[in-house]
Unconditional design. Structure first.
Length: 288
């Protein structure tokens, strides 16, 4: 989830003449290969083909950018069937251009990350990182350069896959969920507080929502002082409808759902209990 900080702050550079969101040329898109005979896919509220598109707004200035989150398809990583998900923002103002693209591949059965790619092009700053993650060995390898490291869990998640994982939680109002599943120790623990229910109007329509506040052990949009709130639809889909945050020196920042393309679930949902299991890397308690 920490990924949203650089993405959204830089999306504010986008103008009304913004190009359609695309894919940076540095990232090699792997074709989504629909796999049959998948062993025990988790019951989750998303599936191949889902695409959510957003308007990015800054206070009273209105729309300043656009982006998307999408389940591109299914792919096979080292013999395991994975969801291939993509998140991107792109835009520009005068000579300032931004093109950020994030991709994640996580196992359809246990939602564990096996591959994570960042491709960032922000003004005069560029960064490309490709992680191959080996959960059973608790290590990762960098494919963009010769480097490797340890991971603190055998159930790792990256920024993007963590976002989809939150959608599988019960999200009971008054609960606090705490996880040590981020694949780099510096990001743990991730805390998710479920605050209240609300009614929200966005370009895609009017939604009943559950309001969540994520807190990450790092600076940025979801750090202790950001007061970020995520509004997920109060139904089985748990769509991200609205995100609001206070950003130092910038002010109010928000992400508004514009359009929805439904995906194909690999397994029917059984009715709101989520997939969080005992020992699954999380705990919950009432809000103080």
């Amino acid at each position: 989830m920490r990924v949203l900080a650089p993405l959204l702050a830089l999306s504010l550079l986008a103008s009304s003449g913004l190009r359609g969101v695309g894919v940076s040329a540095q990232v090699s898109e792997l074709p989504g290969r629909v796999t049959t005979n998948i062993a025990s896919p988790a019951a989750v509220p998303f599936g191949p083909g889902e695409r959510l598109e957003y308007d990015v707004r800054l206070g009273a200035l209105g729309k300043r950018g656009q982006g998307y989150m999408a389940v591109v398809g299914l792919d096979t990583i080292r013999g395991r069937t994975t969801y291939h998900v993509s998140m991107a923002y792109e835009g520009g103002l005068l000579f300032a251009k931004v093109s950020d693209h994030y991709q994640s591949w996580f196992d359809v059965s246990n939602l564990v990350t096996l591959r994570f790619i960042q491709d960032i092009d922000q003004l005069n700053y560029e960064r490309y990182r490709h992680f191959e993650i080996y959960p059973e060995e608790r290590r990762y390898e960098r494919r963009d350069r010769i480097a490797s490291g340890d991971i603190p869990t055998n159930l790792p998640l990256d920024e993007v896959s963590f976002f989809y994982f939150v959608r599988t939680l019960p999200l009971e109002v008054g609960a606090v969920y705490e996880f040590d599943r981020y694949f780099r120790e510096s990001g743990n623990p991730v805390i998710v507080r479920v605050l209240r229910r609300d009614t929200i109007e966005v370009p895609a329509g009017t939604f009943q929502t559950i309001v969540v506040r994520p807190i990450i052990r790092t600076s940025g949009l979801f750090g202790q002082g950001g007061e970020a709130e995520l509004h997920f639809s109060d139904d089985e889909r748990r769509l991200l409808v609205l995100m609001t945050s206070k950003v130092p020196l910038i002010g109010s920042l928000s992400l508004h759902l514009r359009s929805i393309t439904e995906g194909r679930l690999l397994r029917p949902l059984t009715g709101g209990e989520g997939v969080l299991e005992p020992g699954g890397g999380g705990s919950r308690a009432p809000l103080p």
